[in-house]
Design a protein around this ligand. Structure first.
Ligand SMILES: Nc1ncnc2c1ncn2[C@@H]1O[C@H](COP(=O)(O)OP(=O)(O)OP(=O)(O)O)[C@@H](O)[C@H]1O
Ligand SMILES: [Mg+2]
Length: 257
């Protein structure tokens, strides 16, 4: 679990991405972050992972230790929280397997990057590719895989870190609806059977209601809703998407269906 205590992130004097956030992430099995564009979803995930330092406030790891306490605390924290991004961040010319092995580097230490991966890490990476249903594509260069397959490699790479929590920033934004549902089903399975918790930012309310057991709604860097998915009614959606006409209409339209 990650605890954000009075966390603010200001990119400039007039650009507050997060405003005094107090929140525990990873307390629930499958949390979805909702909010209009610019609400602060990506910043929240990045600050939780230690990729962005808060301007004010403290981020604590699952032992209650501030993640910036020492370099090793930050390193351990990043290893414990697997990040999955919209754009996969894979190395296109490398095989799916090599990309997943790269996920082990945090565990192995940098000097190992210069050497062939130990057999054990290759085996673990193969097991993770199997876990996401891509064992038969292990030796295919990442750039020859479809968007959905690349995202599954991205998830396998995060899993290779053996994290307790996965933070996924719009992991299905560039995928067609069927593939998007497939990727979220995979994350759902991991949370049910592998003891991993997930915090996922999404733009699609219907996917949030289908997969999440807990919702955090952000608007202009503030939490405007937090609660179980069953409480996500039109009034709450109105609050989350206020000020963003197209997203609000879309969210309310979907909720009404
Ligand atoms: N590196 C940065 N430098 C300056 N401003 C930034 C930076 N990253 C984010 N911001 C600003 O912080 C605010 C929150 O951005 P963030 O990317 O967290 O929103 P988001 O909810 O993820 O939006 P989207 O749904 O479009 O991805 C926005 O106003 C954005 O312009
Ligand atoms: Mg974002």
């Amino acid at each position: 679990m990650i605890r954000l205590e009075h966390v603010s992130v200001e990119f400039a004097a007039d650009r507050t991405a997060l405003d005094d956030i107090c929140l525990s992430l990873g307390k629930h099995r499958f949390t979805v972050l909702l909010g209009p564009s610019g609400a602060g979803k990506s910043t929240m995930l990045r600050v939780a992972n230690g990729l962005v330092a808060p301007t004010r406030g403290t981020v604590r790891n699952r032992h209650g230790i501030p993640i910036d306490a020492t370099r090793s605390t930050l390193k351990t924290h990043r290893r414990d929280t697997g990040m999955v991004f919209q754009q996969h961040h894979l190395v296109g010319r490398l095989s799916a397997l090599a990309n997943v092995v790269n996920g082990r580097l945090g565990r192995l230490g940098r000097i190992h990057a210069l050497l062939p991966p130990p057999q054990r890490d290759r085996l673990l990476a193969l097991a993770m590719l199997d876990r996401v249903g891509l064992l038969d594509r292990a030796y295919t260069p990442a750039q020859q895989l479809s968007g959905g397959e690349q995202q599954r490699v991205g998830i396998a790479r995060a899993l290779a870190q053996e994290p307790s929590l996965i933070l996924a920033d719009e992991p299905v934004a560039s995928l067609d609806p069927a593939t998007a549902a497939q990727i979220l089903t995979l994350i759902d399975t991991l949370t049910r059977h592998d003891g991993i918790r997930a915090v996922v930012s999404l733009h699609q309310v219907e996917l949030a209601t289908r997969f999440a057991d807990w919702i955090v709604g952000l608007n202009q860097g503030r939490i405007v809703f937090e609660g179980p998915t069953s409480k996500l009614d039109p009034a709450v959606l109105d609050r989350i998407y206020q000020g963003s006409t197209p997203e609000r209409e879309q969210a309310l339209g979907r909720a009404a269906q």
